[in-house]
Design a protein around this ligand. Sequence first.
Ligand code: ZN
Ligand code: ZN
Length: 426
Amino acid sequence: MDIKEKAKMLEERKLCDHCFGRQFARLGHGLENYERAWIIKERLEEGKNIEEGDIDPAKVPEKEIEKKEDCEVCEGLFKDLDKFAKRVFNALDRYELETYLVGTRIPPEITNNEEKVWAEVGRQWVEPIKSELNRLIGKKLEERLEEERNIDATVDFDRADVNAVMDIEKDHVELQVNSLLIHGFYNKYSREIPQTKWPCGNCRGKGCEECDWTGKQYKESVEELVAELVVEATKGLESKFHGAGREDIDARCLGKREFVLEILEPRKREIDLEKLQEKINNKNKDKLEVFNLEFCEKGMVERVKSRDANKTYRAVVELEEGVGKKELEKLEKLEGTVEQKTPTRVEHRRAQKTRKREVKDIRWEKTGDKELELEVKGEAGLYVKELISGDQSKTKPSVSQLIGVGAECDSLDVIDIEKPSSYKQL
Ligand SMILES: [Zn+2]
Ligand SMILES: [Zn+2]
C-alpha cells in the first residue's frame, strides 16, 4: 500500500488530524503528526501524488488544528492536551527539577480503537497514540515550566528528576520523584557513634524503656548527623547512607571514608553543597567532618559500596607483660597472609568461615612499659583487633602469638583508606 492508498482508506474513517497523521509518523522529520495530516489531505484534495519527500516541514499548509470530538480512535483526547499538561504542571508544583519524563495511561478502549485501524491499513509508518500523547503533553509542560516557573527543563529517559504519569481515565497524575545523590568523604572523631542508625537491641526499633523510646541503640550516627541538615535543606522525605565499608563504633576514622548520601523525594535540588558542608562541619565539630560534597549519578552507589580498598590502621596495644626489643622484632612475620576465623565478637551476626587476608605492612613503636603503638596496612576486610589479640587462636598469626604475651587493642584509628587514582587530590 502506498501513501496515497493508505490516506484514501483513512479518509473513510472519522479521524482527527492527530490520529490521521500518526499513521504516517515515520515519514518526514521535524513536523508533528497533525501537520503530516494537513499535507496529505491537501494533496488528496488537489488530486496530487504523495511521495515521502512531500512530508516536509516546508510544505505544511497554514491551518488551525481541527478539534474533532468524534474521532473514532482518540475519542477527542487531543483536545484536552492543555488540560493534561496543566494537571502534570500542578502536580510538579512542589518540586524543583531540571529533567522530567511524562507518561500517559490511556483507557484500553482507545488502544483497541487504534488496533482496529491498524488491522485495516497496516502498521507501516505508524506511531502508537501513547507515544504521541507523551510527547505533546511533555512539550506543553516544558512551555509552562519555562513561562510560569522559569525552568529550562529537558526530557531524560534514563533517570529524570521527576517521572509523571498522567492517568487519563482517573484524571490523576502519579509522580515518582527520584532521589538526590550526594557523594563525599567523612572522618569520624568520636569513639561513640556508629556509621548508620542502629536499632535498639531490645525492641528492634519500636521504642522501649531501655532505649528511652528512641528505638535506637545509639543516640546518633554518622548517617544521621550528616543527613539531618541535608534533608532539611532539600525538604526530602528521608535519607539512606551508603558507605564504602565501615569502621567499628569505637574506632575513629581519620582516613576520609567515601560515602553516598541518598535523599528520597527531595523537593529542592538546587542546594549550595559548599555551604551545607560548612554547616555540617560546624555543627558536629568534635564528632565528624565531611569533605568534597558533590552531586553524583545513581551508578556511584554501587561503585562506592563495592570498593575493596586497602586501609592503614593505628592501634594502641596493651600488653600483659613487658616485652624486649628482640621479641618485638618477631612482629615482622605478620606481613603476609593471615587466616582469620569469624571473630567471637561478631559471631552472632556473621556466618562462620575462615578468611585469608593480606597484611601489607606493619610498624611498631614501644610507647610504654606494657604499651605499643602499631601501624598496620592491610587488605579490605582484615580484622585488626583480632590480629592483635589472636582471638583465642582464631586469627593466626597474631601479635600476641608472635611475641608470646597477651595483647589487646586499646584504641583503633583508621588513618588511611586507599582511593581510586582519580581522587588523589584529596
Ligand atoms: Zn483522534
Ligand atoms: Zn528499645
